[in-house]
Design a protein around this ligand. Structure first.
Ligand code: SER
Length: 323
């Protein structure tokens, strides 16, 4: 059986669906601090606070899990506002999962982030092994998690696997409290309002990935032969990098009247401390990582999906005729 934590989050919703197609819903247990998003839930569901060690232990005693997909976490912008909460969920929560994986021989996946890097890291084609001196609490928790993972893997032989996600773009569930959230919000505002006010400047280049590629990266890494894995901190995974101005341009090609304005806030500083593009050579060599979506393919698919979701039929019709 597979335990998913943070199942109501942006990645959790899509990953739970992919895992249920693969393994059947009866093989999954989705958990989150919040109640299920649908009634009845799409997969078996229990409320779980990952910072509550006894609650985690009680749950693990009741099921024979072979895999934990640990997605519960606080993102970068929220983490700056609530640093103690960020530490507790991201570090204490992960430690509970690592301990569970150790004592019960369970394979563990959790996502790290490009936020592990900081202003002293080379920003272009950021290598796998480089300086990790993040300035955000979120980044501090991710580096801590990576080092903990490597320690548990090398000292206790725990099969822990991780990727450093860039900004993930998707439409099924909203991201919450991230610095890369503009890349999702721009699509929803374009379709619902025809305009978007972006919270980072037009030339802020950031590494991004479309959700189908993010899901694929998790599944491929979980499938990989353990003998080939040379990284037990967290693998760099690259896909596309773009600026808000470039994304706005790509949207305008399908929606000529769309306009984007800019009002940078405190998240600009976070974005400026992160890489602009990522070198993911070890992921490509160790487990054959390769993304499928480029910017234009992602934009078309996102606009179509968001138009359908928001019931914008005339846009959907125009998009399908231009395909
Ligand atoms: N998407 C995340 C954030 O912006 C980065 O891991 O916080």
């Amino acid at each position: 059986m597979i335990l998913i934590t943070g199942a109501n989050g942006q990645i959790g919703v899509d990953l739970a669906e992919a895992l249920s197609v693969r393994h059947g819903t009866e093989q999954l247990l989705a958990t989150d601090l919040r109640p299920p998003l649908t009634d009845p839930p799409l997969v078996p569901f229990e409320v779980l606070d990952v910072t509550d060690e006894r609650a985690v232990e009680r749950l693990l005693d009741r099921y024979a899990f072979t895999q934990i997909i640990h997605l519960a976490g606080i993102l970068s912008a929220t983490g700056q506002q609530y640093p103690d909460l960020c530490w507790s969920v991201n570090v204490t929560g992960l430690k509970h999962m690592l301990d569970a994986a150790r004592s019960r021989q369970i394979q563990l996946f959790w996502p790290s982030s490009i936020a592990s890097f900081g202003p002293t890291t080379p920003r272009s084609h950021t290598p796998q092994h480089t300086i990790t001196e993040p300035r955000t609490m979120y980044g501090v928790t991710k580096v801590t998690g990576e080092l903990l993972s490597q320690f548990y893997a090398s000292t206790y032989d725990v099969d822990v696997r991780s990727v450093r996600f860039p900004g993930v773009v998707s439409h099924a569930a909203p991201p919450g409290g991230g610095t890369t959230d503009w890349a999702v919000a721009m699509f929803f505002d374009a379709v619902s309002k025809g305009s978007y006010q972006c919270f980072v400047g037009p030339d802020t280049r950031m590494p991004m990935m479309y959700m189908p590629d993010a899901v694929k990266s998790v599944l491929d890494l979980l499938d990989a032969n353990a003998d080939r894995l040379t990284v037990r901190t967290s693998y760099n995974v690259a896909s596309i990098s773009f600026t808000p101005a470039e994304l706005a341009d790509a949207i305008t090609r399908h929606m000529p009247s769309f306009t984007c304005t800019y009002a940078p806030d405190y998240r600009q500083q976070i974005a400026d401390s992160w890489p602009q593009s990522i070198d993911d050579t070890p992921a490509r060599e160790d487990w054959d990582w390769q993304p499928d979506f480029d910017l234009d393919a992602m934009v078309y698919d996102m606009l179509t999906s968001v138009a359908r979701r928001l019931g914008h039929m005339s846009l959907l019709d125009r998009l399908s005729r231009s395909a």
